[in-house]
Design a protein around this ligand. Structure first.
Ligand code: SF4
Length: 470
């Protein structure tokens, strides 16, 4: 089944070309990514057993992927036992319909949200809006993105492309009742957002969340966050709806010991995140619904090389070390999943049917920095190379390589090809190859074909030398 997926148009090279012209964007990205990556390196360096933790994280996630069917049923039983209701969604349309119906059943027309990439993936806010339901983001960065009619550009810091004076402008423009005296001081901006959100928290009867982890053994969902908005969303409303990708499972409660160390250190560069909320089923006075989202994940699971992308815990460490992301920014990837993980996850979830998706596996220098920092050891370069070979426009390249292999495999064929190239050299354009091959010579010189091949020269030189000797 192909996934429905909300994203932006274009293709990566074109989007990136535009983005790199924006010096303010490049400055913002460099400052933010380098700050987070330095913090991460410091706290990861403190742990002598980081390598073992990383190996354990990988092993636990691999176990989940190998036994996903079993763990999902176990989770459903545990959540149901604890008073929650589990819904299964094959794609975005089904998930959006389930959530919309649940909200409509409450009679409410407003919901608060705590950051959930899965709901951005499926375009839930837009689907709710089409039914007259307003969804309010409550993470500070998500709020900035939403008020600015913008698109997230980083997993952890969705408004990383904005600086504080831009944020002030957005608040002045879109936040009702905010004072014109608002400065661009971070505490002043945070206070304005806090006052704006407080009212939403207190009046909303329905909340929608994602989850960082779901524990199959106990049916517990876990959200890690830094601002306390998650805690408010999860505990105040009368109805809580969590939309979570099916790969977010952990088999047992004890596995959290590994991931609660891996995630904060890799993500925000903290030893421990400020707020960790855990809930199991429905609590008193609150209805709980869990929507388990596939949306292309089982297709990814079927791919032997690509399935490792489902180990991802969305820490964003790979984005912060990627030289391509640092220059192009998140919008160039045209999806809610930017950076190296986006370059392997989006084309797999969406199926490389558009120009954009087919261009994403090439959005990398294959330097391997992403693999080095990934807390669950996803070999992103390996998946990128595998996807490049599967990209639709790679068919011509594959055919050309096959012909080249056939020629290079036999010295007589090679000699014939070299002679033919020498004879045809005057037809080779000096300024670049025509048609689809022009992409190759746009940034490279066309190599000059010599009048005589080395092989012919060697034969001729050998013949004249022996004639002289005679
Ligand atoms: S691929 Fe690895 S480093 Fe990148 S976001 Fe996922 S878990 Fe983090």
């Amino acid at each position: 089944m192909s996934a429905t997926f909300i994203g932006m148009p274009g293709n990566f090279p074109k989007n990136a070309e535009k983005a790199v012209q924006d010096s303010q964007l490049r400055f913002n990205l460099r400052k933010a990514t380098h700050t987070i990556r330095d913090k991460r390196a410091e706290v990861v360096g403190e742990l002598p057993d980081w390598g073992e933790l990383r190996a354990a994280g990988k092993a636990i996630k691999d176990d989940v992927l190998h036994n996903l069917d079993r763990y999902l049923i176990q989770l459903e039983e545990a959540v149901t036992r604890a008073g929650g209701t589990v819904h299964w969604a094959r794609d975005a349309a089904e998930a959006n319909r389930i959530v919309t119906d649940l909200v409509k059943a409450t009679g409410e027309t407003e919901v608060v949200k705590v950051k959930s990439m899965a709901t951005q993936e499926i375009g839930l806010n837009e689907a709710l809006a089409a039914h007259g339901i307003a969804a309010y983001e409550t993470d500070l960065a998500e709020l900035i993105v939403q008020l600015g009619d913008d698109f997230p550009s980083h997993i952890l810091v969705p408004a990383i492309h904005r600086n504080r004076s831009e944020i002030r402008e957005i608040f002045l423009d879109k936040m009702p009742g905010v004072s014109r005296d608002l400065t661009d001081d971070p505490p002043a901006l945070t206070e304005a957002a806090r006052l704006h959100l407080r009212d939403r928290f207190l009046r909303s009867k329905v909340a929608i969340s994602g989850a960082n982890f779901m524990v199959a053994e106990t049916g517990t969902l876990v959200v890690l966050e830094s601002e306390g908005n998650g805690r408010m969303c999860l505990s105040l409303p009368e109805t809580l709806i969590s939309v979570v990708g099916i790969e977010k499972l952990l088999p047992s409660w004890r596995d959290l010991e590994v991931f609660l160390q891996l995630l904060p250190r890799s993500s925000t560069g903290e030893r421990m995140n400020p707020y960790t909320s855990m809930w199991t089923g429905a609590v008193e006075g609150q209805e709980f619904h869990l929507v388990l989202l596939d949306n292309g994940r089982t297709d990814v699971l079927a791919d032997e090389v690509g399935r490792q992308a489902l180990r991802c815990i969305r820490c964003s460490a790979c984005l912060n070390v990627c030289p391509v992301y640092e220059r192009a920014g998140g919008h160039a990837y045209g999806s809610v999943y930017p950076g190296p993980i986006g370059a392997i996850l989006t084309p797999q979830l969406r199926g490389m049917t558009t120009d954009l998706d087919a261009s994403l596996p090439f959005a990398s220098s294959l330097c391997g920095a992403c693999y080095d920092v990934c807390p669950v050891a996803i070999d992103i370069p390996e998946v990128l190379v595998d996807l490049r070979a599967k990209a639709p426009h790679a068919a011509a390249e594959r055919a050309a390589m096959k012909v080249a292999g056939w020629v290079l495999d036999d010295h007589e064929r090679l000699a014939t090809a070299q002679r033919a190239a020498t004879r045809l050299r005057r037809f080779v354009p000096k300024k670049g190859l025509p048609g689809p091959m022009s992409a190759w010579t746009d940034t490279r010189d066309v190599p000059e074909i010599p009048e005589e091949s080395f092989r012919d020269w060697w034969e001729r030189a050998g013949r004249s030398a022996s004639a002289e000797e005679r």
